[in-house]
Ligand binder design. Structure first.
Ligand SMILES: Cc1cc2nc3c(=O)[nH]c(=O)nc-3n(C[C@H](O)[C@H](O)[C@H](O)COP(=O)(O)OP(=O)(O)OC[C@H]3O[C@@H](n4cnc5c(N)ncnc54)[C@H](O)[C@@H]3O)c2cc1C
Length: 380
């Protein structure tokens, strides 16, 4: 293909080569084990840190890679293409909360350890009774002297089991209903009394990513771990940072769509029916032509979003469009490609079957696609 993403350059291409080699050698061969154990190997975080895969778009002064979102996009694309679901996306998102709202002391305390992979990060917003409606969060953080005392539970938390650092949304002012009572508090989980993680949740896809519940029973956290100067800013901070996470998801969506077209094209050239390769059937060619066109349109729209993000000009509605449309397109393309694999497409040993299961959640998390449409509609 002649098309080249304008946000890529020689430095980004070199970074891609090293990320690709690392993922192929260190992560891809272990995916069956990661899936069986519902999470990456314990040393995967440290390895990713050494390879420069973590916090690639965080300044070097704070232990990051010193790159831009282009580098983060490369990491996400390469992980997706290799079929690796690692949770670095959520980890980087947590780092961006700290970068945006942390004090200088907080940034120096947490970010370098996150960059090295010593402190895997999780973001804990969702609760059994509060997903799309984050204003319904019930977990409380009551101020007692120099501490917050945290009570409540969170669910569906990516990286939850291994997280050394949890960016937690909690109600710091129970008198205020809704968004103004919420704050973000950073919880260091090592040897933390009253803190417990639940069992790994059984998921439809993304098995190799660790997802669990978190429980807080009178957990004491230093008051200085509040993110931002004052209480009650949590909801606004989430609304400001969620677009970053949604753009990350959009990057993965396009990468998987492109990969699905690529592997299916290879498959239909090899597989024979009625004495000739499947690609000789007009329906196969037309379906793949449609998929390739959709993936290409998605790529061009995504690249425009990335370029605007890099220039600090990406608006919320466009980010919501990217998350909504690109994940819908991803699922549609992967489903069509699975169909072209016939029965083999339903076998989990085939990458297309795993893609199909992995893709589905993209339309649900980080704000469901219905919520994305609400955000887009507000701009009308
Ligand atoms: C694998 C996985 C990983 C996750 N990782 C994390 C994580 O790391 N941290 C975290 O905090 N959360 C995480 N989540 C939670 C995720 O963000 C929520 O599942 C999501 O926000 C939807 O919330 P819900 O599941 O409570 O669904 P609900 O809010 O109950 O929604 C159910 C349905 O109603 C629709 N709906 C709700 N409100 C509206 C509305 N106003 N208008 C139209 N339709 C509406 C939704 O779109 C959806 O279709 C994860 C979820 C999964 C499955």
């Amino acid at each position: 293909m002649n098309y080249q993403s304008a946000w890529s350059n020689d430095a980004v291409r070199m970074f891609r080569e090293s990320a690709r080699a690392f993922i192929a050698n260190e992560f891809a061969p272990h995916q069956a084990r990661w899936r069986a154990q519902h999470g990456p190997d314990p040393d995967a975080w440290l390895k990713a840190g050494r390879a420069g895969l973590l916090l690639s778009d965080v300044p070097e002064a704070y232990g990051g890679g010193g790159g831009t979102f282009a580098h983060e996009a490369v990491v996400l694309e390469e992980l997706t293409r290799a079929g690796v679901h690692f949770g670095s996306q959520v980890h980087t998102t947590v780092a961006h909360y700290i970068l945006a709202y942390g004090t200088e002391e907080q940034k120096r305390r947490w970010l370098p350890r996150m960059g090295r992979g010593e402190l895997p990060g999780a973001i804990a917003l969702s609760e059994p009774g509060a997903g799309s409606d984050l204003q319904a969060i019930k977990t409380t953080a009551r101020r007692e002297g120099e501490h917050y005392v945290i009570n409540g539970s969170k669910t569906f938390i990516t990286n939850g089991t291994r997280a050394g650092l949890v960016c937690l949304a909690a109600k710091t002012n129970p008198q205020v209903t809704g968004m103004r009572g919420l704050s973000l508090i950073v919880v260091e989980t090592a040897k933390l009394e009253g803190y417990r993680t639940g069992r790994a949740l059984e998921k439809l896809g993304m098995q190799q990513q660790d997802t669990c519940e978190l429980f807080f029973d009178s957990v004491h956290v230093p008051a200085e771990n509040l993110l931002g100067a004052v209480e009650g800013r949590g909801f606004a901070q989430m609304m400001e940072q969620l677009p970053y996470e949604r753009l990350q998801i959009a990057v993965g969506a396009v990468a998987m769509a492109e990969q699905a077209v690529e592997i299916t094209t290879r498959y239909v050239k090899e597989r024979k029916a009625f004495g000739k390769p499947l690609i000789d059937l007009q329906n196969t060619r037309f379906k793949l032509a449609e998929c390739k066109t959709r993936a290409q349109i998605g790529r061009v729209f995504l690249d425009s979003c990335i370029e605007r993000f890099l220039a600090g000009k990406l608006d919320e509605a466009s980010t919501a469009m990217a998350k909504y449309w690109l994940t819908e397109t991803q699922c549609r393309i992967v489903d069509e490609c699975l169909q072209l694999h016939g029965g083999y497409g339903y076998m989990t040993e085939y990458p297309i079957a795993r893609m199909w299961a992995d893709a589905r959640v993209q339309r649900i998390y980080a704000g469901s696609n219905e919520i994305m449409k609400e955000l887009i509609a507000w701009s009308l």
